[in-house]
Design a protein around this ligand. Structure first.
Ligand SMILES: *Cc1c(COP(=O)(O)O)cnc(C)c1O
Length: 404
């Protein structure tokens, strides 16, 4: 048995990694520090860790979980429970938090798209749940605006449906038929040919479930409530983007009968389309706690902190002659995080934006930063507070070097 004393001895002899000010995580009453680990897997595996100045990209591992979330994951990791009970209880809690009828935690927003579509097709019909995506009868159809098509509609097509594109409200009315099972709205599409309210209204009138994919659309946190209030039957958000839950978790919520049907199509039920989208006990509780933390934190304070980071980077960049740097707040509704756009006169500062991006990636510490053909762009929302100064200093160094 690993006693507390033994654990402390182990920790004392372990190679020291990271800073002293580690977060205390409780597991079995033993305090572990989040910055004082015995093994460094980044080094062991020959990986590169970096300062994230780009945002919530899945390929960059999304976001970092808050201490409360990691504590919840640790707590659950040595306890058995009934997984269906855990799914139902966390779903009830989240439905309370989001003022809606029902919810279920999924394996990300893409998983929620598949499960929500499956629910709209099958309802509680066990034969259809078993047979999906190869159903008897005509191919089922999902309505989407032509300007809303996106890569994530593959998660909807997984259910064997055909996407029927529409270009206007009257076109949508005309194309709804007996095979139509759902209408999908891409919340962050650049162009809406049919607005949210009208879209919902057409669905209502024709008795077709409406589903809004708003995966990346907090902040503001109000968006978590808004689309249910507007009348969408289903809504999904990613759990592992700005909500900072487990990266492979997501939220599906809305109408109770559809959420029940989504659960029937989901793991742990074996013969279902969702069996490969397992959510484990740690993710259920971690996701629930992440949402609690997200809804209760001081968003104004966080926004001010983001603006401060932008200003730190902006001032460092402006210290180099020939550089322009501005604060940018994207229009949204997705990825509304303050950022700093930095551009320069390439006649005076002889380096391209892609070269600066590469130098920052190759530097120490490594920094992942975005940009366009003539600028670098720092999204400050996913970095740690103290990292803005490092990002600013590194940008300044690279631009100074190129202006010599
Ligand atoms: C990120 C994203 C998804 C996928 O979300 P995951 O949680 O990574 O599965 C789906 N739709 C949109 C619009 C997204 O931005």
């Amino acid at each position: 048995m690993l006693t507390r004393k033994k654990m402390l001895q182990l920790l004392a002899t372990a190679p020291f990694i990271g800073g002293l000010a580690g977060t205390q995580i409780v597991r079995n009453g033993t305090k572990l520090s989040r910055n004082n680990y015995r093994r460094n897997y980044i080094n062991e595996l020959g990986l590169r860790t970096f300062i994230n100045a780009r945002g919530t990209f899945t390929t960059l591992t999304g976001s970092l979980m808050e201490d409360e979330v990691v504590e919840a994951i640790n707590f659950m990791s040595d306890k058995y429970v009934s997984l269906p009970d855990l799914r139902d209880r966390t779903g009830e809690r989240i439905a309370e938090m989001l003022n809606c009828e029902a919810s279920v935690i999924t394996a990300g927003a893409a998983s929620a798209l598949t499960l929500g579509t499956a629910a709209c097709i099958t309802g509680d019909n066990q034969d259809m749940i078993r047979d999906l995506p190869n159903l008897d009868g005509p191919q089922r159809e999902v309505i989407m605006q032509s300007t809303h098509r996106f890569g994530y509609d593959h998660a909807v097509r997984n259910c064997g449906i055909k996407i029927v594109e529409v270009d206007s409200a009257s076109d949508m009315e005309a194309k709804i038929n007996d095979n139509t099972v759902m209408a999908l709205f891409f919340n962050a599409a650049r162009e809406h040919l049919i607005g949210r309210e009208e879209f919902v209204e057409i669905c209502r009138r024709n008795n077709i479930p409406s589903f809004n994919d708003a995966a990346a659309d907090v902040p503001p946190k109000e968006n978590l409530f808004k689309y249910i209030e507007q009348g969408f039957d289903l809504v999904t958000f990613s759990g592992g983007k700005a909500i900072r839950g487990p990266q492979s978790a997501g939220l599906l919520y809305g109408r109770k009968d559809l959420i029940e049907a989504a659960k029937m199509n989901h793991s742990p039920n074996g013969n279902t389309i969702g069996r490969g989208m397992k959510v484990n006990k740690e993710e259920y509780v971690g996701m629930m706690v992440a949402l609690e933390v997200y809804l209760t934190k001081d968003h104004d304070k966080e926004w001010q902190e983001w603006l401060r980071r932008v200003e730190v980077i902006r001032q460092q960049a402006l210290a180099v002659d020939g550089v322009e740097a501005e604060e940018v707040i994207p229009d949204g509704p997705s990825n509304v995080f303050p950022g700093c756009r930095i551009s320069w006169d390439e006649d005076r500062i002889k380096v391209s934006s892609s070269e600066v991006i590469q130098s920052l990636r190759n530097g120490h510490p490594s920094i992942e930063i975005g940009g366009g053909s003539d600028n670098v762009y720092a999204n400050v929302s996913m970095m740690k507070s103290e990292e803005a100064g490092i990002v600013g200093r590194r940008i300044r160094e690279e631009l100074e070097r190129a202006s010599a």
